[in-house]
Design a binder for this molecule. Structure first.
Ligand SMILES: Cc1cc2nc3c(=O)[nH]c(=O)nc-3n(C[C@H](O)[C@H](O)[C@H](O)COP(=O)(O)OP(=O)(O)OC[C@H]3O[C@@H](n4cnc5c(N)ncnc54)[C@H](O)[C@@H]3O)c2cc1C
Length: 464
């Protein structure tokens, strides 16, 4: 083993028994396929687990967890690796990659879906649409249903139907002691509470069930303005958010596209302030709602009626794995002072290296429709997220430090807790979740995972 990194990775002693007992593949450092299997969607992340298991079924997950227990390994569940930046070190850990468990079932009569642990949102939104139904998917088709939902899940339907976590009706989960259990309204209520927004802290979820909603299409699109108009447009957008119904979810955003060939001409190397919005209603009402922003005179206007699954392209997320660094938080409000601070930090002439600085409008069902879970109603009115591409270490340092400046600058408006999914820097769950949620999660963690076997992005230290 010439690679100095591999030389330091602890390899389990009895890996042959795991290989022979599960249907999926198993890799240890030095194996052909190990380097490909350890890749996360976020290519900046360089993870070096002691063993990688790629289960094909819930039974494989049970066997892998029991093996990890016997070997004294921690276990890091991962679907796509979109959320891999903040995950704790995988030294001495098993990376449990669920990419081969992508089966999805849609139940039109009960308006629910069941997705296996490795399903991506596009695996759900497209078949659900055949029945006139929509899921509370995020902004990107290849984000995993699992990590997104366990960590909250704010998409284009959020102000009307809330966070995805609060639409979870059941999970099947392998607990750290190797039992396959079902948590729903009647069984294991604490586990169900913990997965509704508490991240994957208490076990490996093998399948998740959630409510679908009767949304066939939306009036949605983006207004593009020159970046120099950021202050005017963001002030106008903020005032407008006070006037719209819960059927509108929108984002005010600064975008600086790199001059790379993968992008279409109209975006490549260009800089904009944009408003993206989706209205769950008809074209006439939608156009009336958008009118005040349209009257500002955008350079480009893409608003139109679109089928619900096409919402996945509205946010223009990268369609393939990329290296990136970002971070975000909830804001109590996006006041005129906060807008000016954001424009000074990320607008024209600021020298910002960030690809995107976005502010999402919260409220609506996010504030009132919560229910029983670790991320219930939020009183934060906006959410902030900044991110940049990091193809080199030099760019990574510049992006990291500018994201820090952005969050420090907006600190006066920062809520008392963050948004779990978009907190991409390492942080304990106590720094991210509302204090009351953290306390309860900590008690549940102590009962189900006192040994802290499960590796996550925002760890809970169990109460002792
Ligand atoms: C391009 C992009 C767009 C995004 N858009 C949105 C958005 O619109 N709204 C939003 O809310 N968030 C968004 N996010 C954030 C995203 O929700 C998080 O990164 C989320 O963690 C991704 O889930 P995943 O399953 O794809 O990622 P993974 O990295 O595979 O999983 C993230 C974490 O979830 C937990 N987890 C995953 N699978 C399991 C399991 N089977 N059992 C237990 N725990 C598990 C683990 O702790 C894991 O580290 C976006 C991120 C990116 C990169």
């Amino acid at each position: 083993m010439n690679n100095p990194v591999l030389a330091t990775v602890q390899i389990p002693t009895d890996v042959a028994s795991l290989r022979s007992s599960i249907a999926g593949d198993v890799y240890v450092p030095g194996d052909e396929g190990y380097d490909e299997a350890r890749l996360a969607w976020n290519l900046y992340v360089d993870q070096h687990p002691s063993v990688i298991a790629m289960p094909e079924s819930a039974i494989d997950v049970v066997k892998a967890v029991r093996f990890a227990r016997a070997e004294g390994l921690r276990v890091a569940p991962q679907g796509t690796g979109h959320g891999a930046t903040a995950v704790e070190s995988l030294e001495g850990a098993m990376l449990l990659k669920t990419t081969r468990m992508r089966r999805v079932e849609i139940y039109p009569a009960s308006r629910t879906a069941r997705a296996e642990a490795g399903a991506e949102w596009q695996d759900v939104t497209i078949p659900a649409a055949e029945h006139g139904l929509a899921a509370l998917a995020g902004s990107s088709p290849d984000v995993g249903v699992m990590g997104y939902t366990l960590g909250g899940g704010m998409g284009w339907l959020a102000r009307r139907y809330g966070l995805a976590a609060n639409s979870v009706t059941a999970v099947e989960m392998v607990t750290p002691d190797g039992r396959l259990v079902r948590a729903d309204a009647y069984n294991e209520p604490d586990l169900l509470w913990a997965v509704r927004g508490g991240g994957g802290q208490v076990g490996i979820v093998t399948a998740i069930e959630f409510t679908l909603y009767p949304v066939r299409e939306a009036y949605a699109g983006t207004l593009f303005f020159p970046l120099e108009r950021a202050s005017e447009v963001l002030h106008a957008w903020r005032d407008w958010t006070d006037t719209v119904p819960d059927e509108v979810t929108s984002v005010g955003r600064i975008l600086q596209f790199p001059p790379i060939p993968d992008l279409p001409d109209f975006l490549r190397g260009k800089q904009f302030v944009v408003v993206e919005a989706a209205y769950l209603g008809d074209e006439f009402e939608g156009a009336e709602l958008i009118r005040p922003l349209r009257e500002l005179g955008p350079d480009m206007d893409t608003f139109a009626m679109i089928p619900a699954p096409a919402l996945q392209d509205l946010h223009m997320d990268p369609p393939q794995p990329v290296p990136g660094q970002g971070d975000g938080t909830y804001l109590t409000d996006f006041t005129p002072g906060a807008i000016d601070a954001l424009v000074a930090t990320a607008g024209a002439g600021s020298g910002s290296p960030l690809l995107s600085v976005e502010v999402r409008h919260c409220g609506g069902a996010m504030a009132t429709g919560g229910g029983n879970g670790a991320q219930t109603n939020t009183d934060a009115r906006f959410m902030l997220f900044g991110v940049g591409l990091t193809p080199t270490e030099e760019m990574a340092e510049a992006v990291r430090s500018h994201v820090r400046v952005l969050l420090d600058t907006l600190a006066p408006w920062r809520a008392e807790y963050d948004y779990y999914n978009l907190r991409e820097e390492a942080a304990g769950a106590d720094e991210v979740l509302p204090a009351e949620s953290y306390r309860r999660l900590r008690e549940i963690k102590a009962r189900y995972d006192a040994g802290e076997m499960i590796v996550t992005s925002h760890p809970v230290r169990p109460a002792r």
